[in-house]
Design a protein around this ligand. Structure first.
Ligand SMILES: [Fe+2]
Ligand SMILES: [Fe+2]
Length: 290
C-alpha cells in the first residue's frame, strides 16, 4: 500500500490539522443525547481551526464558484481508476500524526462499511459505506480543505440559519446579489434536491462518479451525507419533493454509521479484500471514470 506523503498544503487554506478533524467536530456536535441548545455551543475560541475552516468555506462557496467546480469535475476527466486504486490514491493523503495509532483513509472506509455489514444491511449499502468518502481525493487534485469537506448547503438561494456558523456568510459575495438572497433564489418551489447546486465538496463528486451504477437510495447517501442542515435540522423542506422526503430515512440510517463507526481497531484489509472484490464486481464495472 502506498503511503507516499504529499507536500503540506498552504496553511491559510488548511486550518484543519487534517480533514478528519472536521469529522471529529461533527461527531462531537451530534453526540447522542445532546440538547438542541448544546448543538449551538461550538464557539470559535473552543475550536479555532474548525471555525476558521468554516469561515473560509462560507465566504468562498458562491454560486459561481460551485458552477465552475461542477464544470471541472462533474465531467469526470480525471482518468479511469478501479475502486481499489481510488482508495489507494486517497490513502496517499497522509498527515503528520502518528501512523502507528491513527487509521489510514482506507481503514476509515472499511470501518464504516464493516459496521453497516455487521448490522445486516443490504450489500449495496455496505458498498456505499466503503465508497462514500472517496471524493476526498479532491484534496489531492489541489482543492482546498474548505472545498472538499464541511457541511453542505444549496447555493443560489437564501442560506438557512441551521447551517453551522451562519454568521460567516456575511462576507460571501452572493450576499450582494439580491436575486440569490430570496427563499427560493434561482430555484422553483419543491424542485427537488437533485436539481440544486450544492456547495462543492467530496459528496457531490463521488455521487457523480457513481451515478450510472447505483440506486437512488445509495446516491442520496453519497450526495447528501454532509447536508446536515437538511437531514439533521429539517431545513430546506420548501425545495424538497416527495422523492427527497422518502429518501431522507435512508440518509439518516447511513449517517449513524458515518458519525459513530470510527473506532481504533484496525480492520484487516487482507482478510476483507475478497469480500470487497466480489462486492465491487456485483455493482460496478472494473474501472470507473473519475
Ligand atoms: Fe464524507
Ligand atoms: Fe465519512
Amino acid at each position: 500500500m502506498s503511503t507516499a506523503a504529499v507536500a503540506p498544503l498552504n496553511k491559510d487554506n488548511s486550518p484543519l490539522g487534517d480533514m478528519d478533524e472536521w469529522d471529529e467536530f461533527l461527531e462531537g456536535r451530534y453526540k447522542e443525547g445532546k440538547s438542541k441548545e448544546e448543538f449551538r455551543v461550538y464557539d470559535a475560541t473552543a475550536t479555532p481551526g474548525v471555525a476558521e475552516f468554516y469561515r473560509l468555506n462560507h465566504e468562498n462557496q458562491t454560486l459561481d464558484y460551485v458552477l465552475e467546480k461542477e464544470k471541472t469535475y462533474f465531467s469526470l476527466q480525471k482518468g479511469q481508476k478501479t475502486v481499489w486504486e481510488a482508495a489507494e490514491f486517497l490513502n496517499t493523503l497522509v498527515d503528520d500524526s502518528d501512523p502507528d495509532t491513527d487509521l489510514t483513509q482506507i481503514e476509515h472506509l472499511l470501518q464504516t462499511s464493516e459496521a453497516i455489514r455487521a448490522d445486516g444491511h443490504p450489500r449495496w449499502m455496505v458498498l456505499t459505506g466503503f465508497i462514500h468518502d472517496l471524493g476526498k481525493c479532491l484534496c489531492l487534485y489541489g482543492e482546498p480543505q474548505w472545498g472538499v469537506v464541511g457541511d453542505t448547503f444549496p447555493v443560489g438561494c437564501a442560506w438557512s440559519q441551521d447551517i453551522v456558523f451562519p454568521e460567516y456568510f456575511a462576507k460571501n459575495p452572493d450576499r450582494n446579489r439580491p436575486e440569490l438572497q430570496t427563499k427560493y433564489g434561482i430555484y422553483e418551489p419543491n424542485c427537488g434536491l437533485e436539481n440544486l447546486h450544492m456547495s462543492f465538496g467530496h459528496d457531490g463528486y463521488i455521487a457523480e462518479v457513481m451515478k450510472p451504477y447505483l440506486r437512488d437510495e445509495s446516491l442520496y447517501m453519497l450526495r447528501f451525507h454532509s447536508f446536515y442542515p437538511w437531514h439533521r435540522h429539517g431545513a430546506y423542506d420548501h425545495l424538497c419533493n416527495d422523492k427527497d422526503r422518502s429518501m431522507l430515512e435512508w440518509v439518516l440510517k447511513f449517517n449513524q454509521y458515518d458519525l459513530y463507526s470510527k473506532g481504533h481497531t484496525k480492520p484487516d484489509l487482507k482478510e476483507l479484500k475478497p469480500y470487497y472484490d466480489d462486492l465491487f464486481a456485483e455493482f460496478l464495472p472494473p474501472t470507473l471514470a473519475w
